[in-house]
Write a protein that binds this ligand. Structure first.
Ligand SMILES: *[C@@H]1O[C@H](CO)[C@@H](O)[C@H](O)[C@H]1NC(C)=O
Ligand SMILES: *[C@@H]1O[C@H](CO)[C@@H](O)[C@H](O)[C@H]1NC(C)=O
Length: 411
């Protein structure tokens, strides 16, 4: 039995700890990024940002945590506040998911570390849940697993329709979203460091080029994702290709006039999808065109999709991938810097004149120091590519200044 005085002292002590913990959490805990109509919002203001891609963070953190910390620290110093990265790697021993439902705890802890370090550096994460392409497993690995389990699989695109494969995907979504971070002790689904989930990196579909197979999949998976986690924003992961509901736009605007099996409009109409995304690779998408024509395409791709996002879909847009490859003929650092300045200028002027419905851009891609084996031509190393880093920083400051303008923070 405890005396009254000791009991009271314990009670007051516990109360003080509780208040301290609560006060501390409220002061340092970022708030969730949300959506208000055609804008992203955070803590009552329009959310505008400059960001980057670094798909490799989990992968590298499993070997070398210091590289991840240094990169996030350099990114924060350049004012970058959003990072898009992979929350998947499927198949094989070093993978996050080595076989259906079997997870490598060491790799999961590497992802925990990435989330924790992002938080420490004031960077929010956009986490993608699977790849359309073979890198790190993807659609091909998922259908192979089903084939190995005796399913009759015709093509990779059975990914979107086969019941067993869809269940594998849902299990992965559930596993990641309900994961309790071993570093922060916060469940991913409750962590405001995560800005948004992405259903898939660059969905495409060859067996149904109308886009409606992918839209049916988006409907099912978006509803499933939100049934587990309604706090976070959700986006599809699209490059922006038009589908069968806008046939004139396929012809006029899809690169080469081709059908890629997605419908930017119908998939983004799905209620649970919070914002649209586009990617642009004008140099590789339009190999036969002149620089001038590519620039026109890029400018048009952005303005068309922003217009559709706002006026047809009523949602904000994020430009989630763009960059300049060193493999482009005529490449120089100045060419890259001019290209980035041009794109950043378009994003900034959209954000300024459109009331913040174009929320920001994510450069493809930032690499850490000593990552030469990962280079794809698009790499920017913040600590050594000083002129490019200056261009990036200037944009970060411009977007932050715009976000902090009283006019932009009124809803
Ligand atoms: C949110 O806004 C309030 C009021 O402006 C401010 O006191 C608070 O520090 C902000 N919180 C975060 C996490 O930025
Ligand atoms: C913007 O979208 C609206 C609604 O679809 C359309 O009427 C208008 O022509 C579009 N504007 C441009 C410049 O494409």
């Amino acid at each position: 039995m405890v005396s009254f005085v000791v009991g009271l002292r314990r009670f007051l002590g516990a109360l003080a700890l509780l208040l301290l913990a609560h006060g501390g959490a409220a002061a340092e805990q970022p708030t969730f990024v949300g959506r208000s109509g055609t804008k992203l919002v955070v803590n009552g203001s329009t959310f505008l940002f400059n960001g980057f891609n670094a798909y490799w963070l989990m992968n590298v953190a499993a070997q070398d945590q210091a590289k991840v910390t240094k990169t996030l620290s350099d990114a924060a110093a350049a004012g970058l506040t959003v990072c898009r990265t992979w929350a998947f790697s499927d198949g094989g021993n070093a993978a996050l998911q080595s076989s259906p439902g079997v997870y490598n705890e060491q790799v999961f802890q590497a992802l925990d570390f990435v989330v924790s370090e992002a938080k420490n550096h004031g960077i929010r994460l956009m986490l993608s849940l699977i790849n359309n392409f073979k890198d790190f497993g993807g659609k091909a690995q998922y259908v192979q697993w089903a084939r190995d389990a005796g399913e009759s699989i015709k093509t990779e695109d059975d990914f979107y329709t086969n019941a067993k494969v869809k269940q594998y995907y849902k299990n992965h979504v559930q596993k990641v979203l309900t994961r309790v971070n071993t570093v922060t002790k916060i469940a991913y689904k409750d962590d405001p460091t995560i800005m948004a989930w992405e259903l898939m990196n660059e969905p495409r579909c060859r067996v149904d080029t109308s886009g409606q197979t992918v839209t049916a999949w988006v409907k099912e998976m978006a509803a499933y994702t939100k049934s587990i986690d309604s706090k976070h924003l959700l986006q599809v992961g699209f490059e922006g290709f038009y589908g069968s509901t806008t046939p004139d736009k396929i012809k006029l605007y899809n690169p080469g006039g081709y059908k890629y099996g997605t419908d930017f409009i119908t998939s983004n109409q799905v209620n649970e999808i919070d914002f649209t995304t586009i990617h642009v690779y004008q140099d590789s998408w339009l190999p036969k065109k002149s620089d001038k024509e590519r620039q026109t395409f890029l400018q048009q791709w952005i303005s068309l999709h922003l217009n559709d996002s706002v006026n047809v879909l009523g949602k904000p847009m994020v430009f989630t991938e763009f960059g300049k490859s060193k493999k482009t003929p005529g490449y120089s650092e100045k060419v890259r810097d001019d290209f980035l300045s041009y794109v950043y200028g378009l994003i900034y002027s959209d954000a300024k004149t459109g009331g913040g419905s174009h929320s920001g851009g994510l450069l493809w891609q930032i690499m850490g120091d000593g990552m030469e084996s990962y280079y794809d031509g698009y790499e920017v190393v913040l600590s050594t590519d000083t002129t490019t880093t200056a261009v990036i920083k200037k944009q970060s400051e411009a977007m932050a200044a715009l976000a902090n303008k009283p006019a932009a923070s009124h809803d």
